[in-house]
Write a protein that binds this ligand. Sequence first.
Ligand code: GLN
Length: 245
Amino acid sequence: MKLKIAHLYPELLNLYGDGGNIICMQKRCEWRGIEAEVYQVHNGELADFSDVDIVFIGGGTDREQKIVCDALLSEKEQLHAYVEAGGVLLAVCGGYQLLGHNYLLGDELVKGTGVVDLKTERGEGRLIGNVMIQSDICKMPIVGYENHGGRTYLGDCHPLGKVISAGGYGNNGTDGYEGVHYKNVIGTYLHGPLLPKNPQVCDYLLHTALTRRYGEGYDFPALDDTIENNANQVMQERLKENVVN
Ligand code: GLN
C-alpha cells in the first residue's frame, strides 16, 4: 500500500516544527510497511491534488500566510473539489485560517479559500500557551501549543474538540472550542508539532486516507506508542492542575 502526502509550501509555513507532522506520518506508515511519498509544493508552484491522499498545511506569520493565500486562491476550485471529495487535509494555525472565508492581516481583510465555513478576526493581543482538548476523533486528549493573533469562528461545521485545560484558548478564547472537523479536513491551532505526541490523531488521518484509497479490510497494525504516549502524558500532567472538566 502507498500514500501520497502533499506538503504545501514547507519553506513558508513551518512554525514551531510543523514539518515534524510530515516525518511522523511518514514514519508511522513505514513502521507498518506502507510506502509514504512526500510531495512538496514550493513557493511559485501550484499543487496538483489529483492523486494525493493527504494534504498538510502548516502555520506561519501573517506575511508568509499572505503569500501562500495568493497561491491557494488561484487553485481554490481544485482544493475545494479535493475537500468535497473527502480528501484528507490537516491544517495547522496559519494554514487552518487559510481554509476559511477571510482573516485579518493588520487592518486588511484578506480573502481565504473558503473551503471550510469559518472566518478569522483579529483580537486584542495574542493567544499563547499549552493547551489540551478532547475530541471525538480519538480517545486520548490532544495536547499542543498555541500562539495566534487570529480568533476563528465556525459557521456550519463542527469543532475538532473542546478545550479542557484552564488557560487554553482554542479557536477564539471565548466559546471553549478548538479547531474544525469538516468532512475529512482537520484544522487546528495546535502546534508543537501536533502529531508526534498525539499518535492517535496521526493514525486517524492515515486510516481515513487508506480507507478512502483501498476500502476497508487492510492491515493496519497497532504500533508501540510508549514514547509517544509518554510525551502526551507529560504535557497532560503539566496542564492537569488547570483542568476545568
Ligand atoms: N499568523 C497567524 C496568527 O497569528 C497564525 C500564526 C501561527 O501559525 N502560529 O493568527
